[in-house]
Ligand binder design. Structure first.
Ligand code: NIG
Ligand code: FE
Length: 420
C-alpha cells in the first residue's frame, strides 16, 4: 500500500552526515514546515513541501493521512531487557520502603529473581509476553528495539530467551535485534565469576553463534558482578564468534566499564552514570557511543544522572534508550526518556531527538536504513499529536504518538481515525 501523509506542521528529517552525530550536529534536525511525505513499497519515495510532493504523485493510488502534527523518524530503542516472565513487584515494594538495589539483591531479589521466573516459564508464555510488550513499544512510537537475554544464566534458559526473541519476531511488527547478555549476574551454583564466564564461553557462546541467535554480546561490569579484566577477556573472546561488544558500564560505581569499552572497542557503553572526564576521553578514543538510560535512574529514585553535557562538549557520540526491564526500568516509552534527558540531564530537545533516533540507529549499526527521513530509507516514521516538536518532552507522562509506520506499514494507529 502507498501512503501520502499531508498537513505535516513540522517534518523532522534529521538529514545530515551518514554517521553518528556529535557536538553541534546533535542540534541539526532539518525541519520542513507544511510538508508531506509519500511512502511506497515500504520506503520513503518523496518528501518535502506539501505542494511539491503532491505534484509528483498525482497519478498514483494511495491512502491519504492528514497528520495535523509533527512527523519524524520512529524511535529506536537500543537497550532493552524485554524478555522476562513477570514484574518484580516485591523488589519495587522494598525499594519504596527505602531498600537499595544492592540490599534487594542480598535479600534474594534482583536479576536472580527474574532468572528464577524464567526457569518456570516456557517459550510460548515468554513469547506472548514479548509480543504484548512489542505492541506497547509501537504504540509509543518505537519501531526497532534491541532485546537482551540475561535472565537465563544457564544454557537452557539463555537459549530459551534468545529463541523467544526469534520466534516472537515472526508475529511482531516491532523489529527486534538480539544481544547475548549471559554475563548479567553470577548464578549461585557457580563458585566464582571466572567459573561462570568459562562455562558461558565453553557451553553457551558457540551455540549462540552457530545458530545466529544474537548480533551483540553484553556484560554487566560492576562491583559484585564482573570485573573489568575478565570483561575484556570475555568480550574479546566473543568477538571471535562474530558477537560484537556492548557493555553495561559504570552504572552504580566508577568500576572500569569505560576502560573495558575502550579496550575492546565496544559499539556502545551503556548507563555511564559514574563516567568522569577520564572515562569520557577514553570512550571518545574508541568511538564508543555513550548510551544513557535515565528511566532507570528515575525508577531507582536516584538524584544523580549521567553527565550528558560533558559527553556532548567533548564531542562524544551519545544516544538514549529505555533500558526496559523488570528491575530498574519498567518503561517502554522513549518519550518519557526524552523528557528525562531534558529535565535531568540538561539536553536540548534537538539533541534528545537525534539521540533517540539516528544516533540510536548507529548504536545498532542500522543507520543506513532507519533513523533519518531521506529518499530510499525505510519508512519507519511516527506522527505525533503536537504541532511543534518542542512539545515532545514538555508534555510528559502521556503518549503523544498517534501513528507508527514500520517499513511502510501502519504498525500502530490511535483510534483508526486519521485516514481520508
Ligand atoms: O540495565 N544493570 C544491569 N542490568 C539492568 C538491571 C537488571 C535488573 O535489575 O533486572 C539494568 O539496569
Ligand atoms: Fe540494562
Amino acid at each position: 500500500m502507498n501512503y501520502l501523509i499531508t498537513s505535516i506542521t513540522e517534518l523532522l528529517t534529521l538529514k545530515g552526515k551518514k554517521s553518528v552525530r556529535i557536538g553541534k550536529e546533535l542540534t541539526e534536525l532539518e525541519i520542513i514546515k507544511d510538508a508531506a511525505i509519500y511512502i511506497s513499497e515500504g520506503k520513503i519515495k518523496y518528501y518535502g513541501k506539501e505542494k511539491e510532493v503532491i505534484k509528483k504523485i498525482k497519478k498514483n493510488k494511495f491512502i491519504n493521512i492528514k497528520a495535523d502534527g509533527v512527523v519524524m523518524p520512529a524511535f529506536i530503542d537500543s537497550h532493552t531487557h524485554a524478555v522476562f516472565a513477570r514484574p518484580r513487584l516485591l523488589d519495587f515494594e522494598m525499594r519504596t520502603q527505602g531498600a537499595t538495589y544492592a540490599e534487594i539483591k542480598k535479600a534474594g531479589g534482583g536479576i536472580n529473581r527474574s532468572a528464577n521466573d524464567i526457569k518456570n516459564s516456557d517459550i510460548e508464555e515468554l513469547s506472548r509476553n514479548l509480543i504484548d510488550f512489542s505492541k506497547k513499544f509501537l504504540e509509543c512510537g518505537t519501531a526497532t528495539a534491541e532485546v537482551k537475554s540475561g535472565y537465563g544464566l544457564d544454557f537452557e534458559n539463555e537459549i530459551k530467551i534468545l529463541k523467544t526473541v526469534k520466534e516472537s519476531q515472526k508475529n511482531a511488527q516491532l523489529e527486534m535485534i538480539p544481544t547475548f547478555l549471559g554475563a548479567h549476574s553470577i548464578p549461585s551454583s557457580f563458585k566464582s565469576s571466572k567459573d561462570y564466564l568459562d562455562y558461558l564461553k565453553k557451553e553457551v557462546v558457540p551455540y549462540v553463534a552457530q545458530n545466529k541467535l544474537a548480533i551483540y554480546a553484553d556484560i554487566f561490569c560492576e562491583k559484585g558482578y564482573f570485573e573489568p579484566k575478565e570483561a575484556i577477556n570475555y568480550l574479546n573472546h566473543l568477538k571471535k564468534y562474530g558477537l560484537k561488544p556492548k557493555i553495561h558500564a559504570d552504572q552504580l560505581t566508577k568500576s572500569g566499564g569505560s576502560v573495558v569499552a575502550n579496550k575492546v572497542k565496544a559499539i556502545s557503553a551503556d548507563h555511564l552514570d559514574f563516567a568522569d572526564e577520564e572515562y569520557i576521553k577514553l570512550l571518545k578514543k574508541s568511538d564508543t557511543i555513550a548510551t544513557f538510560l535515565p528511566a532507570s535512574n528515575y525508577f531507582l529514585g536516584l538524584t544523580k544522572y549521567p553527565d550528558a553535557r560533558k559527553f556532548i562538549e567533548n564531542a562524544n557520540p551519545v544516544s538514549l534508550a529505555t533500558d526496559f526491564n523488570p528491575g530498574t526500568s519498567p518503561c517502554w516509552n522513549m518519550q518519557f526518556v526524552i523528557s528525562l534527558a531534558l529535565t535531568h540531564m540538561k539536553m536540548r530537545i534537538s539533541e534528545a531527538i537525534v539521540s533517540a533516533t539516528y544516533n540510536a540507529a548507529c548504536a545498532l549499526e542500522i543507520n543506513d536504513r532507519v533513523g533519518m527521513i531521506d529518499l530510499g530509507m525505510d519508512a519507519d516514521i511516527i506522527i505525533l499529536e503536537v504541532k511543534d516538536h518542542r512539545e515532545l518532552g514538555y508534555y510528559f507522562g502521556a503518549n503523544l504518538n498517534k501513528i507508527t509506520f514500520k517499513k511502510g506499514k501502519i504498525a500502530y494507529e490511535k483510534n483508526n481515525t486519521f485516514r481520508y
